[in-house]
Design a protein around this ligand. Structure first.
Ligand code: CMC
Length: 430
C-alpha cells in the first residue's frame, strides 16, 4: 500500500490530515481510522457505497468500463480458456497452475468429494419441500461439527484443508439437497469425472441408469461456475469476512455467506428473474412490467437488471448470453419461450429512458436462469449453484483476511437517532 499524500479535512474549523493510499489499480482511499480519535466524528455510509472495508489482491472490478479481473486476468479470457478448477486454483493461490500443479490440485479436490455418512441425517431433518438454500445454510454450518482436526484458523495448513474440503464437498452437498427434495437416492461422487461433470452426475444419475454428461452442457455449467467464482467485496463475501473477523470457523462463515446470498437483491436474483419471466409469460405484457418497474409506488423491480458496481455493462452477462445461445442450440431449444421473452425484455428496457438514465443493464443473473433451466436444474436450486461456485471466492477472501496482520474484528459504528437517556415513568414502576 502506497502513501504519498494526505487528504485534508476541515470540521468545525479544525483541520485534520488523513493519509491517502493507492492500490495497484482503482480509486485511491482515504484512511479514516484516526478520524474518530482526531475529530470525535464517525463517517456515515449506509450500504458501503464509498467505503473500502479491506485491502485485497483477489478480484478487481471497474464498474464503468465493465471490467472484471480475477488476480489480474480478464473474466472473458478465463471463461474461454480455463476450466473452473483452474480458476479456483488461481483465486486461491494467486497464479494459474501449470500442468503438474493442475493435476495435483484436481486430484486433491476430487479425493475429498465424499461427505461423512452421518451428514445424511441432517438432510432427513428437513421437509422434502424445504428450499435448497435453507438446507445448504444448515448442512454447510453443520460441517463445523465434523472437522475438529483442522479448525485452528491461525494455522495456514488447517485453513488450506478447510478450503479443499469446502470446494470439494459443495457439489456433493448441493446435489444431495436436490436429490432429497425429489425423494431420489443420493448419488456418490465419481472421481473419474471432471469437477463439473461429476456434479451433473450426482444431480441427474440414478442407481438404475447410466448417465453420460453432455460435454457442451458440462462446459456451460463450468462457465456458470467460473463467472460466479468471486466478485470482490459483495454482500455475501463481506458477510463471510465479517463473520470470520471474530475468529469463527470457516464452515460457519461460509454458511453465513450462503444465508446472505439467498436474498433476491443478491444471488436470489437468478431464481427471482426466472419466476418474473414466467409471470410475464408473453412479449405482449413486457410493457406492463416495464411500467411497474419504473413506478416509484410499486416495489417491483426488473430482476436481473441493475448492479451496484457495473454502470455500463456486466461482462459476465455478455458471456452468459453467449452460453445461453450455445446451450439452447445444443438442445434444439432456439425457440424457447422464456429466452425469446428475455431478449425482448432486454431490448425494450435498454431503449427506455428510465433504464438508460439510471444505467441499469442486465446483470449475470438475467440469462443464467434460462441456461440453468435448460440444463435441467430446477429454479429453486439456481442460487445453490451460485453458492457452490462462490464458495471458492468466499474461502479465498476469508483466508486472505485471516492472514492479514492488520485484520481486526469488524465492528461498524452508527448514527443513533433513537430516544435520548430518560427515566422509566412512575406509572410504569413496580
Ligand atoms: N428495476 C427497476 N429499477 C431499478 C432496478 C431494477 N432492477 N435496479 C435499480 N433500480 C432503480 C432504483 O429503484 C433506484 O431508483 P431511484 O434512484 O429512483 O431511487 C436506482 O435504480 C438505483 O438503484 P439502487 O437500488 O439504489 O442501486 P443499488 O446499487 O443499491 O442496488 C441492485 C443494486 C442490484 C440491488 C438493484 O439494481 C436491484 O435490486 N436489482 C434487481 C436484483 C438483481 O438483479 N440482483 C442481482 C445483482 S447481480 C448478482 C449478484 O452479484 O448478486
Amino acid at each position: 500500500m502506497n502513501t504519498q499524500r494526505n487528504a485534508t479535512l476541515t470540521v468545525d474549523g479544525k483541520t485534520v490530515e488523513l493519509p491517502v493510499y493507492s492500490g495497484s489499480i482503482g480509486p485511491d482511499v482515504i484512511d479514516i481510522r484516526q478520524l474518530y480519535a482526531k475529530t470525535g466524528m464517525f463517517t456515515f455510509d449506509p450500504g458501503f457505497v464509498s467505503t473500502a472495508a479491506c485491502k485485497s489482491e483477489i478480484t478487481y472490478i471497474d464498474g464503468d468500463a465493465g471490467v472484471l479481473l480475477y488476480r489480474g486476468y480478464p473474466i472473458e479470457q478465463l471463461a474461454h480458456h480455463c476450466d473452473f478448477l483452474e480458476v479456483a486454483y488461481l483465486i486461491l493461490r494467486g497464479e494459474l497452475p501449470n500442468a503438474e500443479q493442475k493435476q495435483e490440485f484436481d486430484t486433491l479436490v476430487k479425493r475429498h468429494t465424499m461427505v461423512h455418512e452421518q451428514l445424511i441425517r441432517f438432510y432427513t431433518g428437513f421437509r422434502r419441500d424445504a428450499h435448497p438454500m435453507a438446507v445448504l445454510v444448515g448442512v454447510v454450518g453443520a460441517l463445523s461439527a465434523f472437522y475438529h482436526d483442522a479448525m485452528d484458523i491461525s494455522d495456514q495448513y488447517h485453513r488450506d484443508v478447510s478450503a479443499f474440503r469446502l470446494i470439494a464437498k459443495m457439489p456433493t452437498i448441493v446435489a444431495m439437497a436436490y436429490k432429497y427434495g425429489r425423494g431420489e437416492p443420493f448419488m456418490y461422487p465419481r472421481n473419474d469425472l471432471t469437477y463439473t461433470a461429476n456434479f451433473m452426475h450426482m444431480m441427474f444419475a440414478t442407481p438404475c441408469e447410466k448417465y453420460e454428461p453432455n460435454p457442451v452442457l458440462v462446459r456451460a455449467l463450468d462457465r456458470i461456475f467460473i463467472l460466479h467464482a468471486d466478485h470482490e467485496q459483495n454482500a455475501s463475501t463481506s458477510t463471510v469476512r465479517l463473520a470470520g473477523s471474530s475468529g469463527a470457523n470457516p464452515f460457519a462463515c461460509i454458511s453465513s455467506g450462503i444465508a446472505c446470498l439467498w436474498g433476491p437483491a443478491h444471488g436470489g436474483a437468478n431464481e427471482a428473474c426466472l419466476n418474473m419471466l414466467e409471470e410475464i409469460g408473453d412479449v405482449s405484457r413486457v410493457g406492463e412490467y416495464i411500467r411497474r418497474a419504473k413506478d416509484k409506488n410499486d416495489p417491483f423491480k426488473l430482476m436481473g437488471f441493475g448492479h451496484r458496481v457495473y454502470k455500463n455493462f456486466d461482462p459476465r452477462a455478455k458471456l452468459m448470453r453467449e452460453t445461453c445461445h450455445e446451450v439452447l442450440n445444443e438442445l434444439g431449444l432456439h425457440d424457447d419461450r422464456l429466452f425469446k421473452l428475455a431478449i425482448q425484455l432486454e431490448k425494450i428496457a435498454l431503449e427506455d429512458d428510465y433504464f438508460v438514465e439510471k444505467k441499469l443493464y442486465p446483470n449475470v443473473d438475467f440469462y443464467s436462469g434460462i441456461v440453468q433451466r435448460a440444463l435441467g436444474i430446477p429454479t429453486q436450486l439456481f442460487t445453490g449453484i451460485f453458492a457452490l461456485a462462490r464458495t471458492v471466492g468466499w474461502i479465498a477472501q476469508w483466508n486472505e483476511m485471516i492472514g492479514d496482520p492488520e485484520q481486526k474484528i469488524g465492528r461498524p459504528r452508527q448514527l443513533f437517532t433513537g430516544a435520548q437517556k430518560r427515566d422509566v415513568p412512575p406509572m410504569a414502576r413496580r
